[in-house]
Design a protein around this ligand. Sequence first.
Ligand SMILES: NC(=O)c1ccc[n+]([C@@H]2O[C@H](COP(=O)([O-])OP(=O)(O)OC[C@H]3O[C@@H](n4cnc5c(N)ncnc54)[C@H](OP(=O)(O)O)[C@@H]3O)[C@@H](O)[C@H]2O)c1
Length: 444
Amino acid sequence: MTIGIGLLGLGTVGAGVASILASPEGRHPLVAALRLQRVAVRDLNRSRPTSPPAELLTTDPEAVVDDPGVDIVVEVMGGLEPARTLILRAIAAGKPVVTANKAVIARHGEEIAAAAAAQGVYVLIEAAVGGGIPIIEPLKQSLGSNRIQRVSGIINGTTNYILSRMAAEGAAYADVLADAQRLGYAEADPAADVQGGDAADKIAILTRLAYGGTVPRGAIPTEGIDQLEARDVAYAARLGFVVKLLAVAQLMEAEGEHASSDHPLLDVRVHPTLVPSTHPLAGVNGVNNAILVEGDPVGQVMFYGPGAGAGPTASAVVADILNIAGIRQATGGSGGSLDPLLAAGSWRTCSLVEGSLTTHRNYVRLRTRDEAGVIGKIGTCFGEAGVSIQSIVQFAAQDQDGGDADAEIVVITHEVLEANFRRALARIEALPEVESVAACLRTL
Ligand SMILES: NC(=O)c1ccc[n+]([C@@H]2O[C@H](COP(=O)([O-])OP(=O)(O)OC[C@H]3O[C@@H](n4cnc5c(N)ncnc54)[C@H](OP(=O)(O)O)[C@@H]3O)[C@@H](O)[C@H]2O)c1
């Protein structure tokens, strides 16, 4: 039995998928049963290093979805529309979908999942998070017996590349970004990566799989690396940390009227984070991604590898195609009823915890006058707000900064309630010796 594949997009990922389908030798025998039936592109005249036969290409993506020879629709065109509409069109026609599109799944995942469940078709998304790293299927299936306590990850390769170089070279953010753009590691418009939106899309997807319920994508607190200063990366290194853009989803202790095992309260966020240099995520450098899953009873499991690129991403897309193809083969083409683990529907309601009720360790850099007693006053403000300090270090301010400050004081707190920490900062900012709170980062 051959299985017809309709490809929506023949860019980086689409070309990678076409290349695997064109060379089944040495791969799982099911790959040879996959036949590229139709391919949608935007521009037929674009020169492509390798391309399927010209007669398969069309600029009409609906024709790909509707083609009776297409059994599985593979959406690798990106963007919200027409991708969303095409995915829903495929589902309505009873065709399973494989997509790498985290933006559309993070925003319209519930609508798409509901349509898929109603039609009894799969929508598989392994490539949407972590590129070539298997993380979606492990969360759905291999770790299914666990209560997940925390999922934390480096899930944006562009920012990890920039942060790795800032740490290694002491370079400024803007200089490394410009270089990354020149080398093709960052887009001409890097906003989605450097402002954290791409990582927020991905942690929204992982949250749903880890905790069985959706959190609103727009409500995830998101901070990127675009305001990060080289000196904070350098101070972090002197204090035994590396700075990483982490995306975190964490189960809060069940507390309050809304929290229960049927209705978990989650702390989900994206921000630059000081990671202790001995932590497993600290050694993840360059464009690599890693996701650390902490569950009961499994403990810590880390997934590491290439988070993007034609080959790795296509590896994940074709794995999803094979999952569906395998079921079709086993059921004689009917597909049968949906496997609940592979389909991974929501099974409970999740809520985001209010920010002031979260607890964190913090890194704060204050620009101050170099006077006797300043550190004592700062310590008093923290202490009176119930914030305990792990370390407090003074550095000389750098000449080019301007202003009156001639010292920089870096404070690392213990894990404290966000509301208390903010109260302490407000009092510190009002001290006459303190010129500004120059940086404020979370610490693992
Ligand atoms: N690149 C990665 O490493 C990576 C990793 C993980 C996930 N993803 C996700 O995979 C998806 C694809 O990414 P990509 O990097 O492969 O994108 P890309 O290189 O920009 O390719 C997009 C492809 O879709 C086609 N296309 C776009 N809009 C179209 C339309 N309206 N009608 C017909 N064809 C259309 C384009 O046609 P033309 O070729 O004619 O322009 C192109 O072939 C995105 O959702 C992305 O987030 C990418």
